[in-house]
Design a binder for this molecule. Sequence first.
Ligand SMILES: C[S@@+](CC[C@H](N)C(=O)[O-])C[C@H]1O[C@@H](n2cnc3c(N)ncnc32)[C@H](O)[C@@H]1O
Length: 168
Amino acid sequence: MVICKSCCPKKYVFSDCHQKVLSKLRENIHLNGFVLTDEDDYTEKPERVKDSDTVQMSVLELDWESVTEGQLSHIDTDVIIAADVVYDPDVITSFSNTLCKLLLYKKAEKWLDIFVASTVRNSETYKLFQTKLDEAGLKWQTVADHKKNIFVYEANCTVQILQVSLKM
Ligand SMILES: C[S@@+](CC[C@H](N)C(=O)[O-])C[C@H]1O[C@@H](n2cnc3c(N)ncnc32)[C@H](O)[C@@H]1O
């Protein structure tokens, strides 16, 4: 939401696999003054919302465990931001594979940046994520720390951002 308000992207798609999270997302979008609309031509439709200025927002049900090629091929994006999704060893493989497919299915002429922001609660789980990225044939690098304190959060947790791309 902060990205939508401060960077004004043309489109922004929020995704998750759980219905409760999806409905919280819709609620949050409304609370922030955006409006749900229903205009799209996808077979597997996301619910679209459009803000009064220019940002087109969608809420998309996407499960890394069962995502289809058809669903991924409809995701036409320049930047993917994943926040706090590296916490469960059971879903790390499907998440890494989804990132790999997104990079492979993107249109040849398009650039795709992927950023994965994580609170490192368990270093073994985080290391497992990096290993799975390697196994999926993905390159990753840690984004340099910034010095600004923009949000209030517990400073005793390590927060890291990885930039992920295909190995050339
Ligand atoms: C710790 S929460 C982070 C939520 C949000 N990104 C944030 O930063 O507040 C992790 C999220 O990963 C989602 N998740 C877990 N397994 C998933 C899967 N297989 N496919 C898609 N999302 C999944 C959960 O539903 C949950 O909302």
